[in-house]
Write a protein of this length. Structure first.
Lengths: 417, 541, 333
């Protein structure tokens, strides 16, 4: 059913359609609307047989989900940014215990400095935590991926994060097709846990594992997640058949055939990228793009196939690995190792900075001509950087760089003593 | 279910980890000797019979008791219960009223008509026992239990010896005495009353006795020289108490002076009160602390109006008076004369200065070694003459009913071995369960039960039993005050406090075992065992 | 003459069992049928109070629930010594997630059970003092505040023993730990304000709060049983001496728990909906010194010189407990 609704509402409705049994809620911008909506639906009796628990922290949110999932309940929670970091210990724990929890990440920057706007630093920080990470390009994607994620998680007994760009998607009112309950029920069977806390058949879950078996446990975690590389496309295909909508599986390519330059990105920025690609194509530039849906597991083989004969790759990153550069780029380079292609990293949209078509176009054209720096920060205000670096070199004093920059910008200077 | 490797495990699988290898000390269950048992002259297994009594299983308790001592009802009245003096509970609050429970069990046996267990197969051997006092009865009983034929020769016309002729009725009702004796007779012991034995050797030969036990009581009162005008007014305690059993009760007058400080002196003084004496005065040369009579008996006497003249000796006896000299104790605690005299009214003077045994019957047995009026015996109660054993008053030592019973038992065991040409089995010596072995925290706070006492008026005028019996509930209470020193009473504490579940409970009456596969040797079981029945021993490879 | 003492049972309920009691009056730990929730073969130190307390508590909870019980466990000694791969000592369905989230995991378990309609199955969460009074405190308080249907049991051994005896907020003043060494002018742990989690639990006005110790299994079992008869958030705080951390003899574990309660240092009481309803009165009061002397963590109070004033401060704390909780049986509850 087509609806003109806020992204968060759409996600909430999709989650509700998956018949969650325990929902743990803790507010953090920009995912808050999701749990608010779910809370309202549960309270109104629109979700059958579901416990909605207002917890005292994100750490508790995921911990409650862990307990619920281990007891055989389909558990869901959502978080973002600092919240994800606050629950970090539990994030690793849920995957280590093989509990198929689905969690929405309303992607947002991580402080300090505190910043509530969108980038993908938060979920990137958890890329090695053993969760499958799916990135939604649109709110329709977000809806479809949540439904697939529920089944994916439970079939593999691996938790899944569905990453939805904060504000850009979560707060955007768009036309979204919300499936019917019958459709979702047909796609998502009842949860059959791989392990269960049950007095009838008691087990110990969460043993202490030493050097003699830890490597094997980790290997198996890797092995299980890698199975998603075939399961995700399979589920996407099945989903397309049942719902008439493609989510592309591991990744989606756009005008990539015969492209010399291929742009790679995760999430909503792909919309802007496609617009730029269209314009550059119109101008005769052989350029295409790839939207990676499954960042974990990383679809290296599929990416190689898509890259094909391209001569270069540009990765648009909404995060930064301080000290090296791109996070996604590193994985892309590894996937394309041996192909000898230059991989350009463009760090863009940090802390909610708008990624404009103009800036993007300029960067991509430079890349196309192989004159782009290997690591580029889109729309970086070089004057500010230079002044601060200069000052640092003369003063060499520690302290918050952010505050110093803001001081120079003068935007808050009047309010800071 | 396909469980995740390593992080999810099957329950209880740690049984594969045998933590017993950590141990440097191992706990072992032991039976330590309870101080009551250790102190009992009759060798009763008090702790064990109390164990049954605690459960209200009185017959089982009685059966354990009479394995060692057949005179339960008598014991419960006349025993001076050294067990209670030794009782560890005395260090906690007050000793367990063992004697009262014993009396309850003995009386219960008489009320219910319980008989002894069937005796062993007849051995075909015959033993003569001289004297039907506690030593003789005990020997006869223990011999009969072992299947031997026993004949008791008793010079008096009634059985009981000094229990009848030395202990007043208000302490031991004769019906009780008769019941306990009858039960022994009912075993098939032949009791020949009114038969004084003059020639042991001849009797043994005539009747083909294979062995003999002598258990003659100390029936002769010791006399002291007192210058006296009228000797008729001076008598001795044994004679008075013996006379009490006859038709003609002794005539002691209104003012009676008893001379001595032992239990017999107290008995006579109390008897005199009951016979109508207005004044019954014990004259004793030392102080109360030094008095050999048991303090509870003295207390009862004082309650009944008996008076004591401490630090005094009788210097002379006149027609209606006696002259008493005051004494004082020297540095070593011996009384020394002061030269101060005092005159007292006295219708009669009863000497209670100790007793001797009539050893005339031993005259024809020159092998017997007699020193200071008592027969010398070896560690097995055998006299210098093979096959002739002796016990009770005539072998010296403490002269109590209980000691005599113990001698009889010991001699019977030796006679049995003698008859079988073997030596008596030596029971393993157990370490004493001293107070410091116990963890007394676990015992409920429970002061001793006071036995009912006859009211004072009746005690001064009748020979009714002074100290009453416990009723069932009270006896049970008293039994349950027992701390079961040194012997497991199945309180489950070891089973509970083991952090490693390394104590195996075998079920009621079967106790516990250690599971050394898992016991880490922490020693909690031994430390917390209330009764000290677990010992930690170094682990040896 | 005293009459009718048949109620007196030799050791009463002080011993673990008592053959003179009727079957129904016997403790769980005395029965052949006890479940040994924490089985043999675990790797706890010799004389471990926590292993003992955990078995006492969980066995009682199992009996109270007819074995329909699920346990969530915080990281700590109890978790480590009971479940090193490939062996587990637990006989109940059991989950260990993290150090600080046992209460929240239990909340999740309870929520799942409710959703699944398995109302007969109950949940306990358990952890040491570190996992309860420190790192797990947020989750604990949240569970209390929501009144989730969880019994949380804290096994308090008064420090972080698993990591090598570091101070926790449950460590008593003057106690030596690896992070409060017995050096300097004020050796050992500071005299802080203390953190009485049972009282904090009571401040949440949850249905049931109790303290207990391994020195009184009957009391402990009664409290667990009572807790399992109720719904909502419940909290039991059990003192479990630790030979390793306290520097005490392994065989003194139960004795120390006893001395802690008999001295008044560890008041044993229970409360319902924020109000104290009962307390275990002191039977044979002992000076705190008797308790302290058995533990090397307090050795500096006695050597090289007797710290009379410091011991007096600890005695004052015990005396305050006695007054405050009416441990002599005095005063209003």
């Amino acid at each position: 059913m087509l609806k003109q609704i806020e992204g968060s509402r759409a996600v909430a409705e999709a989650v509700a359609l998956c018949r969650p049994e325990v929902i743990c809620a803790y507010p953090i911008t920009p995912q808050t609307h999701i749990v608010e909506n779910l809370g309202q639906m549960v309270k109104a009796g629109e979700v059958d047989n579901c416990e909605f628990i207002n917890v005292e922290s994100e750490f508790a949110a995921l911990s409650v989900a862990i307990g619920a999932s281990a007891t055989g309940a389909r558990a869901y929670t959502a978080t973002a940014s600092q919240g994800l970091l606050f629950m970090a210990e539990a994030v690793y724990n849920a995957s280590g215990l093989g509990l198929p929890i689905v969690m929405t990440i309303g992607n947002r920057a991580i402080g300090a400095p505190i910043n509530i706007w969108n980038d993908q630093q938060d979920s990137m920080s958890m890329r090695d935590a053993g969760w499958i990470q799916l990135y939604a390009e649109t709110n329709q994607d977000a809806v479809d991926l949540h439904i697939q994620a529920t089944r994916l998680a439970e079939e593999l007994s691996v938790p899944v994060m569905v990453c939805v760009d904060g504000f850009i998607l979560t707060h955007a009112y768009e036309r979204v097709d919300i499936p019917t309950q019958e459709q979702v029920d047909a796609f998502v069977p009842a949860f059959e846990p791989r392990q269960l806390l049950d007095p009838a058949e008691p087990v110990t879950i969460g043993a202490m594992v030493g050097p003699e078996a830890f490597t094997e446990v980790r290997y198996l975690a890797h092995y299980r997640q890698m199975q998603a590389l075939w399961l995700i496309p399979e589920l996407a295909e099945e989903y397309e058949q049942q719902f008439g909508r493609s989510t592309g599986g591991l990744l989606r390519s756009y005008r990539s055939d015969d492209a010399e330059t291929l742009v790679i990105a995760l999430g909503s920025v792909n919309g802007t990228i496609k617009d730029v690609v269209d314009k550059l194509r119109d101008e005769g530039t052989a350029i295409g793009s790839v939207s990676i849906t499954s960042f974990r597991p990383f679809p290296a083989k599929r990416l190689r196939e898509v890259v094909g004969q391209a001569r270069r790759v540009v990765v648009i990153e909404k995060s930064l690995a301080v000290g090296i550069g791109g996070i996604v780029s590193t994985d892309v380079r590894m996937a394309l190792a041996g192909a000898g292609l230059p991989v350009y990293t463009v760090v863009a949209g940090l802390g909610g900075r708008a990624i404009t078509q103009a800036s993007l176009r300029e960067a991509l054209l430079k890349a196309h001509r192989d004159v782009l720096e290997r690591l580029t920060f889109l729309d970086l205000r070089h004057d500010v950087i230079h002044r601060e670096i200069e000052r640092l070199e003369t003063q060499r004093r520690s302290g918050p760089v952010a505050e110093n920059i803001l001081r120079q910008l003068g935007s808050v200077a009047d309010h800071i003593g | 279910m396909r469980r995740p490797y390593a992080i999810t495990l099957d329950v209880g699988s740690s049984l594969a980890n045998l933590t017993g290898s950590w141990r440097s000390e191992r706990p072992v269950y032991v039976d330590r000797l309870p101080p009551c048992n250790s102190a009992c002259p009759a060798g009763e297994n008090i702790q064990q019979w109390l164990f049954h009594a605690e459960e209200g299983n009185y017959q089982a308790a009685w059966r354990v008791l009479v394995r060692d001592n057949p005179l339960a009802a008598i014991m419960g009245r006349v025993c001076y219960h050294p067990c209670e003096s030794a009782c560890n509970r005395g260090l906690l609050d007050e000793s367990v009223g063992i004697n009262a429970v014993e009396r309850f069990l003995g009386d219960e046996a008489n009320r219910q008509g319980w008989q002894f267990d069937p005796i062993a197969a007849d051995s075909g051997r015959r033993v003569m026992v001289v004297g039907s006092g506690p030593a003789g009865l005990s020997a006869a009983y223990h011999l009969r239990r072992r299947g031997h034929g026993v004949v008791i020769f008793e010079a008096e016309s009634t059985a009981g010896g000094m229990m009848r002729f030395g202990i007043p009725q208000y302490r031991l009702p004769r019906s009780v005495l008769d019941s306990d004796v009858q039960r022994i007779v009912d075993m098939g012991v032949e009791l020949r009353l009114g038969q004084r034995v003059d020639d042991i050797e001849a009797t043994m030969q005539q009747e083909k006795f294979d062995a003999c036990f002598l258990g003659v009581g100390s029936q002769i009162g010791k006399r002291a020289y007192i210058p006296a005008g009228d000797a008729r007014r001076i008598t001795d305690a044994v004679a008075v108490l013996h006379q009490m059993e006859g038709e003609n009760k002794p005539l002691l007058g209104r003012r009676v002076v008893v001379y001595g400080g032992g239990n017999t002196a107290i008995d006579v003084a109390r008897t005199a009160r009951r016979l109508g004496a207005e004044e019954s005065i014990v004259v004793y040369r030392r102080t109360r602390e030094k008095m050999p009579a048991h303090s509870h008996e003295l207390n009862e006497a004082l309650e009944e109006g008996v008076k004591v003249k401490w630090l005094s000796t009788i210097a002379a006896a006149g027609d209606e008076t006696i002259t008493v000299e005051k004494m004082q104790l020297d540095e070593s605690g011996n009384p020394q004369p002061t030269g101060e005299f005092e005159t007292m009214q006295a219708d009669s003077v009863v000497l209670a200065l100790g007793q001797d045994v009539d050893l005339d019957l031993l005259a024809r047995l020159p092998e017997l070694n007699i020193e200071r009026g008592v027969v010398q015996v070896d560690a097995l109660q055998m006299t210098g003459r093979r096959g002739i054993f002796a016990g009770g008053d005539m072998v010296g030592g403490e002269r109590t009913v209980t000691v005599a019973v113990g001698h009889g038992k010991k001699a019977a065991r030796a006679i049995d071995a003698y008859l079988r040409d073997s030596t008596p089995a030596q029971a393993a010596k157990h370490e004493l369960a001293t107070f410091d072995r116990l963890n007394t925290w676990y015992y409920s706070d429970a002061p001793k039960t006071i036995r009912p006492v006859l009211d004072i008026i009746r005690r001064q005028s009748t020979f009714d039993e002074v100290v009453g019996s416990l009723d069932e509930a009270t006896a049970l209470y008293e039994a349950r005050r027992c701390m079961s020193c040194g012997n497991c009473f199945e309180c489950d504490t070891c089973y509970g406090v083991c952090p490693d579940n390394a104590v195996i409970k075998l079920g009621p009456g079967k106790g516990f075992e250690f599971n050394y596969d898992y016991c880490k040797g922490c020693g909690l079981c031994a430390a917390e065992c209330p009764c000290g029945a677990i010992r930690m021993e170094p682990e040896v490879d | 003459m005293r009459t009718s003492h048949v109620k007196f049972y030799q050791t009463g309920t002080f011993t673990v069992g008592n053959r003179l009691l009727s079957e129904t009056e016997r403790s769980v730990q005395s029965t052949l049928e006890r479940t040994n929730a924490l089985n043999s073969g675990h790797r706890a130190c010799q004389g471990c109070g926590e292993a003992l307390g955990a078995r006492y508590a969980i066995d009682a909870a199992m009996r109270a629930t007819n074995n329909q019980l699920i346990a969530a466990n915080a990281t700590g000694c109890l978790e480590v010594f009971s479940t090193p791969y490939p062996e587990t000592s637990w006989q109940v369905p059991w989950i260990h997630s993290l150090f600080g989230n046992a209460a929240a995991v239990a909340t999740g378990v309870a929520a799942a059970l409710r959703v699944k309609g398995r109302t007969d199955t109950r949940v306990v969460a358990q952890g040491g003092d570190g996992g309860t009074t420190d790192i797990g405190f947020g989750c604990l308080s949240g569970m209390f505040e929501r009144n989730d249907d969880v019994l949380y049991i804290c096994y308090d051994n008064e420090a972080y023993m698993n990591t090598g005896v570091q101070r926790s907020s449950a460590t008593p003043p003057t106690a030596r730990t690896a992070t409060t060494q017995a050096v300097g002018p004020e050796p050992g742990n500071v005299f802080g304000q203390g953190k009485n989690v049972p009282l904090i639990a009571m401040a949440h006005e949850i249905p049931y709060v109790a303290t207990a110790s391994v020195a009184d299994v009957r009391d402990l079992e009664a409290k667990v049983t009572k807790a399992m008869s109720m719904h909502g958030a419940r909290y039991i705080h059990i003192l479990v001496p630790c030979p390793l951390g306290w520097g005490s003899a392994p065989h003194d574990t139960v004795k120390l728990a006893r001395l802690a309660t008999e001295s008044g240092l560890f008041p044993v009481f229970e409360a319902e909906r924020g109000e104290i309803t009962d307390r275990r009165t002191i039977r044979k009061q002992v000076p705190v010194e008797e308790y302290l002397r058995l533990q090397r963590r307090f050795a500096h109070l006695f050597k090289p010189v007797l710290q009379v004033d410091v011991i007096a401060r600890l005695q004052a704390a015990a005396d305050r407990n006695i007054r405050r909780f009416g441990l002599h049986g005095q005063g209003e509850l």
